[in-house]
Design a protein around this ligand. Structure first.
Ligand code: SF4
Length: 346
């Protein structure tokens, strides 16, 4: 963790009795780990920064590169222009596709507009796209568990619209219709609640006993790890604060998971400025985590805000370690390599 000067970690507290005796009895923060940036978000943000450096501003980005206001505003200041549709990008310019992935139709539209594209789709989303293409080719009905209107779901559905039916949670299972009940497979959005998704799968299996499962988990490692960590924190927390934006699916799921795992109260905040002092009434233990699209500086600000109010004792709760990294999008790697080679021959 990055502890601010007024905070101390559990390890530091153990070095001197004075450190903990100054805080109001029982007040502590349980800081979940892993939290914050996942490998896919890290890669997408670095891709925009590198593109700005490599090609110069402006660089266009279709949709929010990741679902976090702070990240988007920071990149805008550096020269990124965020657009809703590829058609808004002037001919010949560079457009970057966000980590959530896009449908093939968006690639085709970019080609028609003679745009240079950099695809920052997370490789774990691409994996789900490939599964959808494969099962559609084998003529399966694909039941895609996910949230209606989410960009990732729109992108995945666009791979095989005639074969994919969206299932938005267990209550939606009764509405599903398929061509052949013995040729059905389920896939999912990468950022769902693991528990709720399994509920949906069980309900689907009740209707389709021969339902096929994807070859490996579609809910990504980062979503799963953050949910595992927040569950452990929530079991001992009176209040859980999750840093993240409201349109970030995995951040919203973290609050739900915390409440489901025993936290008395839980809130999603974009930053420390959104915390309501009254939430702390009667609270001793505050759990803190952040969504996969949240930079650590925003968590540090929340920890500082809590420290100023007496919650300056921070204990790290890390049930899982995480070491995943992804290489940059291939278009960028190609151009960076070409530039490095040109410099050598100069
Ligand atoms: Fe990739 Fe998971 Fe991060 Fe989404 S949350 S960008 S799928 S690693």
């Amino acid at each position: 963790m990055t502890a601010t000067p007024s905070q101390h970690t559990d390890a530091e507290a153990a070095t001197g009795p004075d450190a903990s005796s100054s805080r109001p009895t029982g007040r502590r923060v349980l800081l979940a780990a892993p939290r914050g940036y996942c490998a896919g978000v890290d890669r997408a943000v670095i891709a925009v920064e590198q593109a700005l450096e490599q090609y110069g501003a402006p660089v266009y980005v279709r949709h929010e590169i990741v679902h976090n206001k702070y990240v988007v505003q920071t990149l805008e200041k550096k020269g990124a222009i965020f657009v809703e549709e590829t058609s808004e990008v002037p001919e010949g310019e560079i457009v970057i596709f966000s980590a959530h992935g896009v449908a093939p139709a968006v690639h085709q539209e970019a080609e028609r507009g003679r745009l240079a594209t950099i695809d920052a789709t997370c490789p774990l989303v691409t994996k789900v796209h490939k599964e959808a293409v494969r099962y559609a080719r084998e003529d399966y009905d694909i039941l895609l568990i996910g949230h209606e209107g989410h960009e990732e779901v729109i992108g995945t559905s666009g791979e095989a619209p005639e074969h994919i039916t969206l299932v938005d949670g267990p209550d939606d299972v009764k509405n599903v219709e398929v061509k052949d009940p013995d040729r059905v497979v389920w896939l999912s959005q990468t950022t769902l609640s693991v528990d709720e998704t399994m509920e949906t799968v069980d309900a689907l299996k009740g209707r389709y006993p021969n339902l096929l499962s994807p070859p490996s988990d579609d809910i990504c490692y980062a979503t799963q790890n953050r949910q595992t960590a927040i569950k452990k924190v929530a079991a001992d927390a009176d209040l859980v604060l999750v840093v993240g934006s409201r349109n970030s699916s995995n951040s919203v799921r973290l609050v739900e998971t915390a409440l489901g795992a025993g936290a008395r109260d839980g809130h999603l905040v974009d930053n420390a400025g959104e915390i309501d002092e009254s939430w702390l009434d009667g609270v001793e233990t505050v759990g803190v985590s952040s969504g996969a699209s949240v930079p650590e500086v925003l968590v540090d600000e929340v920890l500082e805000w809590l420290a100023q109010r007496g919650w300056d004792h921070v204990e790290l709760v890390q049930p899982v370690e995480e070491h995943m990294r992804f290489s940059l999008p291939k278009e960028l790697r190609r151009d960076l390599r070409a530039e490095a080679a040109a410099k050598l021959t100069r």
